[in-house]
Ligand binder design. Structure first.
Ligand code: FE2
Ligand code: FE2
Length: 135
């Protein structure tokens, strides 16, 4: 699923390039804990991914604002909820270590986000932008 990153490329360069970076970082993270790397290494990669998530959300929201995307507030809300989930999970891992539960959450959060948010919500915004550019 993560491997097929081309299916998340929609033809809007600004978004596609950041999504492919996000997917690459997510893949590194998944590989690290599937390979049983040390907890510190996994946490480092999780932070490396989260930091880029923040940059990407800012840029994507700015782009949507520039294009007058009508559902910008709803999209921002999805980003806000995701950031909150990530922060909660980071706190949980810092406090309790990498438990089975937090590993499952980490996998779920990462794959759900890519499949659902990038695969559905960001696809809508890419289509919106493509239509304006074509017009
Ligand atoms: Fe988004
Ligand atoms: Fe996005």
């Amino acid at each position: 699923m993560l491997k097929e990153s081309e299916k998340y490329m929609y033809g809007v360069f600004e978004i596609d390039s950041e999504h492919s970076e996000l997917i690459a970082r997510a893949e590194k993270l998944m590989a690290s804990y599937q390979n049983g790397e040390a907890e510190a290494e996994i946490l480092k990669l999780f932070e490396y991914l989260s930091a880029y998530v923040l940059v990407h959300f800012r840029n994507e929201e700015k782009l949507l604002g520039d294009y007058g995307y009508p559902e910008l507030d709803a999209h921002k809300e999805l980003h806000r909820e995701f950031k909150q989930d990530v922060m909660n999970l980071q706190d949980d891992i810092k406090e309790n270590g990498l438990t089975l539960n937090s590993r499952l959450k980490l996998t779920h959060l990462t794959t759900e986000w890519i499949d659902h948010h990038i695969g559905t919500e960001d696809k809508k915004i890419a289509n919106f932008i493509l239509n304006i550019r074509k017009g």
